[in-house]
Write a protein of this length. Structure first.
Ligand code: ZN
Length: 281
């Protein structure tokens, strides 16, 4: 599933590919991708004649900016965008096509069909689902240690579940949650309110570091991640915890263990990331 770094990579790629392109018409082959407006035909009609002016990101959502409209898109498990010529054969599982006036098209393909698109007038997107309840952007300057602690430090939930929820910090999915908690040496099942000040500091730094590194490398591409040009993103980023069950910990040599937290496969080092009792601060 794409997380912040992968979505950031798609954003940057789309910014190079679709800016200035004018939509002639839109075909929707799988209506349920379109969440707003309710009628996909209205969605298509609203977009006709509009031009892409920019692509931004909020958490794991893309914000495709047009003249007078904002399209909010979530790739969920396996959604992909690609720009093609209109005579290129259309691949299976292509659900939405934005036909441009220049003979090219932006195609949205999604084997798992979990992706979503919401269309808004500019500004409306911030006060409506799915963007209205999102947490702090971890790569923004205002993601300070104080703000991070303010939204989380009093919570009783497991730290990994809270990181995944998107309500407090956005963009972190299963891979980067495991990587950040490993880097910070915090057990994924620790409750947020049990973390010490030095642990918050390490986690804050770790989140920024793992996400920044992954953005630099264009996303970690565990599986089936494809950038906006339709290229497979096999970047072979070195992951320290995620997917390394039974392999030696890079820090201490003990074997990485896999458990389930928040319903997700979770990798951690039982030696470096201990389940300790609450400490005095
Ligand atoms: Zn270790």
């Amino acid at each position: 599933m794409p997380e912040l770094p992968e979505v950031e990579t798609v954003k940057r790629t789309l910014n190079e590919l679709i800016i200035g392109k004018k939509i002639e018409r839109v075909s929707v082959h799988l209506p349920r991708i379109i969440q707003r407006p309710a009628d996909p035909e209205v969605f298509a009609a609203m977009l006709e004649g509009h031009t892409f002016e920019g692509v931004a990101r909020r958490g794991k959502f893309l914000r495709l900016l047009l003249d007078g409209l904002v399209l909010v898109s979530h790739l969920r498990m396996e959604g992909r965008y690609g720009v093609f010529r209109s005579d290129d054969p259309v691949e299976k599982h292509t659900h939405v096509i934005f036909h441009f006036t220049d003979g090219t098209e932006l195609r949205y393909k999604d084997v798992r069909q979990f992706g979503t698109m919401h269309l808004f007038l500019p500004g409306e997107e911030w006060v409506n689902p799915p963007l209205n309840k999102l947490g702090l952007e971890p790569l923004d300057e205002d993601f300070t240690l104080e703000r991070f602690r303010a939204v989380l430090a009093h919570r009783k939930g497991k730290i990994k579940s809270l990181l995944l929820s998107q309500l407090y910090v956005v963009g972190i999915g299963n891979i980067y949650a495991d990587e950040a908690l490993f880097a910070a040496r915090i057990h994924p099942e620790r409750t947020a309110d049990s973390l010490t000040r030095p642990e918050w500091k390490r986690l804050h730094e770790a989140i920024i570091h793992v996400l920044q590194e992954a953005v630099k490398q264009g996303g970690s591409s565990i599986k089936s991640y494809v950038n906006g040009q339709g290229e497979m993103g096999m970047f072979q980023q070195q992951l320290a915890a995620y997917g390394r069950e039974d392999e030696p910990c890079m820090r201490c040599g003990k074997r990485i263990r896999k458990i389930t937290v928040a319903g997700r496969g979770t990798h951690y080092c039982p030696n470096c990331q201990r389940r300790k009792k609450r400490l005095a601060r």
